[in-house]
Ligand binder design. Structure first.
Ligand code: CP
Length: 330
């Protein structure tokens, strides 16, 4: 795997390899000394043109746990504010010897451009581009689902590596959500069934071609007994003048997860949210903090998943061990 640009680029074997590698990484993080020498001498640049808490910090933590040198670049306070282009920024970082660039950008397709325009020789990992893709979020969500629910529906994989038969409801602002797009693709690849639930105004044009069912009625979908409910953030910053729903109160009434709706779920069902949460809008405080909520665990799993991704894009072809030096086996 040279780059990770889209969840749709992963076939089942590649996705399972990443999830299995993440499990191996997570096991190393139980130890007293968490740092591995695996990426010693490699440089990872975190190139963030859009705000982030979880993704930026977990990529930084992941790279450091693998002993890589890390350069954190935020567009705010950089020469981007003087008008410097993505190309010139990328070439500047390349001159500093980046082996991998982790990029978040407000423009859909920016990571693809970076990977294929020859502006960097390193691996490119998409940390979220516009409304397009957020593949490592989908991977950490799949990892979290696997830890809680695999085998529940008697999937076809005897060692429980896929999510076959699971039903995941993805609820809310699908229109603006790169998390939803990546999750629909990856969950389908891993054998799960997805239902998207949103008001008609927040369902993307062309959704018929997605590998998911669509419903406008949250209570009906909850009554189907989904194994997981993934709430999406209402992305007000992408809504311009608004008009996507009559009022926050009416959105919450139709599509918010609260204690009353939690009670409709099967006992085993988990509640997910990629964060940051709009408490009181798409999710109530008691749903966000419920025992069945795995929101904080999703963040923790993000470190192991991002360690796995960095390891596989930077060291995968050199057959190192998780514990070992890159090239030790060469
Ligand atoms: N889930 C997610 O991408 O969160 P951040 O925007 O905080 O990185």
């Amino acid at each position: 795997m040279k780059h990770l640009l889209s969840a749709g680029d992963l076939d089942r074997a590649q996705a399972v390899t990443i999830l299995d590698t993440a499990a191996a990484m997570a096991a190393t993080q139980e130890r007293q000394i968490k740092k591995l020498p695996t990426l010693r001498g490699r440089t990872v640049v975190n190139l963030f043109f859009e705000d982030s808490t979880r993704t930026r910090i977990s990529f930084e933590t992941a790279a450091k746990r693998l002993s890589a040198d890390v350069i954190n670049f935020s567009a705010k306070g950089s020469s981007v504010s003087k008008g410097e282009s993505l190309k010139d920024t990328a070439q500047t970082l390349q001159a500093m010897g980046a082996d991998a660039v982790v990029i978040r950008h407000h423009a859909s397709g920016a990571p693809h451009r970076l990977a294929h325009a020859g502006w960097t020789a390193g691996a490119v990992v998409n940390a979220g581009d516009g409304t397009h893709q957020h593949p490592t979020q989908a991977l950490l969500d799949a990892y979290t689902l696997r830890r809680h629910l695999v085998g529940l529906r008697g999937g076809t994989d005897p060692v429980g590596h896929d999510l076959a038969g699971l039903h995941v409801a993805i609820v809310g602002d699908v229109l603006h959500s790169r998390v939803a797009r990546s999750n629909v693709q990856l969950l389908h690849t891993l054998g799960a069934r997805v239902t998207l639930v949103a008001p008609p105004t927040l369902v993307p044009v062309g959704v018929e071609s997605w590998t998911a069912d669509v419903s406008y009625h949250l209570d009906d979908v909850l009554d189907q007994g989904p194994d997981a409910v993934m709430m999406l953030r209402v992305q007000r910053e992408r809504m311009g003048g608004g008009g996507f729903f009559p009022s926050p109160w009416e959105y919450t009434r139709g599509y918010g997860l609260d204690a009353r709706r939690l009670a409709r779920l099967p006992e085993h069902a988990i509640v997910m949210h990629p964060g940051p949460m709009n408490r009181g809008l798409e999710i109530s405080a008691d749903a966000a903090d419920a025992d069945r909520s795995v929101v904080v665990e999703q963040v923790a799993n993000g470190v192991a998943v991002r360690m796995a991704v960095l390891y596989l894009v930077l060291a995968g072809q050199e057959q190192p061990t998780v514990d070992g030096q890159i090239g030790a086996s060469a």
